[in-house]
Design a binder for this molecule. Structure first.
Ligand code: GDP
Ligand code: CA
Length: 327
């Protein structure tokens, strides 16, 4: 069974780890070939190194090297590089980078510097993390450098800062006017991205940030059209539990683009291609024509809980598949 998923960082990675766990442990599930299309809008160059936070969170989580408590970065890290950089007076100091993590960025920057496209680099990193053996293919959404910026207003002045600076340094507390994604209009989908959507049996949208993770991937020219035209059902999972994002500042992002912080409004962002939508057990949203809404506990408090959630999303997708009796 070919599953294609669009994913940001922590929310996407935990959900997909749950999906793989479900596929391994649920006796009735056919072998899964999973293609993950990762957001690269968070990418940033620091200390001369290219850093891809969402792709690395996916690699580390699916590969078993993630720092569980943080949700990002490597387990069992040391921070000698960052301490030495701080002693040198190097900027910035607000972006946490451990020593093992630095090795990923050095290696990636070396390969990019030799002219390898990002998708080629991700293939090398995927081999390091054993994704292939798990039936997982990770693709960046595009090989074109793309960077999400946030137009903020401070003392009546507007300026654009990198998304990471707004998110990590300012914890999304600087009033945001809008998001501007440099390079997105000229970006082309990375090799395999559109085919993975067209040839999938089920397409899944994990509970990743609808604005700055999924929303950015949908902005790569061609991706949204491929989803609209896909014969596979598209099933999404709401990032909101009790009317709030489970972690991070998706509520601020939604407000910035003028969208309510409800599962209903988030589903509206995907309305032109969404077939199934998983919402929390207490969510007031109900099914409507063309959109099957299913209520489930949506807290990924453990891998088992994430697996149950991902299993429910997959079951919904299989039920909505053409020829399964409903569609
Ligand atoms: P990021 O790139 O690291 O911010 O991660 P993603 O964009 O992939 O996911 C962030 C989103 O995941 C946030 O909006 C969270 O609300 C959502 N999220 C995180 N944990 C959970 C969870 O346990 N359940 C649900 N439903 N959503 C979650
Ligand atoms: Ca992210």
């Amino acid at each position: 069974m070919r599953i294609t998923a669009l994913a940001g960082g922590v929310g996407g990675a935990r959900f997909l780890r749950g999906l793989l766990h479900h596929a391994r442990t649920a006796p009735s599930t056919e072998p899964v070939e999973l293609t993950v299309i990762g957001n690269t809008g968070d990418d940033i160059t620091l200390f001369g190194l290219r850093i891809c936070p969402d792709l690395d969170t996916l690699l580390y989580t699916l590969g078993g090297g993630i720092h569980e408590g943080q949700g990002w970065g490597r387990a069992d890290e040391s921070h000698h590089m960052a301490q030495e950089l701080a002693a040198l007076g190097a900027e910035p100091t607000w972006f946490g980078l451990g020593d093992k993590d630095f090795a990923t960025h050095v290696f990636r920057s070396q390969l990019l510097g030799r002219g390898m496209p990002l998708s080629g680099v991700v293939e090398r990193l995927s081999a390091r993390w054993g994704l292939d053996e798990q039936g997982v293919r990770l693709l960046p959404m595009t090989d074109t450098p793309v960077e999400t910026h946030v137009v903020v207003s401070e003392d009546g002045e507007q300026r654009a800062i990198h998304f990471q600076e707004w998110w990590v340094r300012h914890r999304a507390e600087l009033p945001a006017e809008r998001f501007v994604v440099a390079g997105l209009d000229r970006a082309t989908p990375a090799p395999g991205v559109l085919d993975a959507i067209r040839e999938a049996d089920v397409v899944l949208l994990p509970p990743s940030n609808p604005v700055v993770s999924i929303g950015i991937i949908l902005g790569v020219p061609g991706v949204r059209d491929a989803l609209r035209g896909s014969r596979a059902p598209v099933v999404g999972v709401s990032p909101l539990v009790g009317g709030r994002p489970v972690r991070g500042h998706a509520d601020v992002c939604l407000r910035t683009i003028g969208v309510d912080e409800t599962s209903e409004a988030v589903a509206g962002l995907y309305a032109d291609f969404l077939d199934g939508w998983l919402v929390d057990e207490d969510d007031p949203m109900t099914s409507r024509r063309g959109l099957e809404v299913v209520h489930r506990p949506l807290l990924m408090s453990s891998t088992d809980a994430a697996a149950a959630m991902a299993g429910a999303a997959l079951d919904l997708g299989l039920r909505l598949r053409p020829g399964s009796g409903r569609a």
